[in-house]
Design a protein. Structure first.
Length: 248
């Protein structure tokens, strides 16, 4: 239970779902952890659950200027960063004809631009060695209707894992990505659909998974722990699909 002992970790979007579960497992593995979120209610709940040793920070993942503030705050508190799990994201699903520029820009900002500039701002604080894990998605690999923008942002993160690996590996920074399939998290409840319609969407998605179920947050968190740990020193620029066979 000490695979991350002494390591300093930042998890964006760490107050719910996969991020929160990963924070739990990081703490259990001995890491010092900081998590971010934007919702005051989930920030307070995470602080209560994770305990006083975990740094809980209100930060907007879409705001480029906020990334510098976040990096400075974590750097000051921890003295450096060994692990970044760039997990914060939004899944907004619309037919291609129903997108407007504001919604498009919001998805790009949260899912790609924010993580990119956070990595940039953290460069002075990353230890050698260090590990970055990006939250991509199976939707970058399959042609699911209504996911054109979401899938594109996640494909960008998968590409970033490879290009930044080539750029940063000489500094001892490994960059990898996890690409979950449908996971049982509050994310689906944020789609803005009525409950009966949401249930139908969930069943339709489940029908596309060979294992015929949603994944659990812990199944993704365990993969992130591995990629963040010293057990994966030769894993660089990889993208790990955790999708129950959905991309087959």
């Amino acid at each position: 239970m000490d695979r991350l002992k002494g390591k300093r970790a930042l998890i964006t979007g760490g107050t719910t779902g996969i991020g929160l579960e990963t924070a739990r497992q990081f703490v259990a593995e001995g890491a010092r952890v900081a998590v971010t979120g934007k919702n005051p209610a989930t920030l307070a709940a995470a602080k209560k659950e994770l305990g006083g040793d975990v740094l809980v920070i209100e930060s907007d993942a879409a705001d480029v200027a906020a990334q510098k503030t976040l990096a400075q705050e974590v750097g000051k508190a921890f003295g450096g960063v060994d692990i970044l799990f760039a997990n914060a994201g939004v899944a907004e699903l619309r037919p291609v004809g129903q997108w407007d520029e504001a919604a498009f820009d919001r998805s790009i900002a949260i899912n790609f631009k924010g993580p990119f500039f956070l990595i940039q701002e953290l460069l002075p604080y990353f230890a050698n060695p260090a590990s970055i894990v990006l939250m991509a998605s199976v939707n970058a690999h399959i042609g699911m209707p209504n996911t054109s923008v979401y899938g594109a942002t996640k494909a960008a993160l998968g590409s970033l894992a490879r290009t930044l690996s080539g750029e940063l590996v000489g500094r001892g920074i490994r960059v990898n990505a996890v690409s979950p399939g449908p996971i049982a998290t509050p994310l689906y409840g944020k789609l803005g659909l009525p409950q009966d319609q949401l249930a139908g969407v969930a069943e339709a998605i489940k029908g596309q998974v060979p294992q015929k179920r949603f994944g659990e947050p812990s199944e993704v968190a365990k993969a992130v722990v591995f990629l963040a740990s010293d057990e994966a020193p030769f894993t660089v620029g990889s993208e790990l699909l955790i999708d129950g066979g959905m991309a087959l």
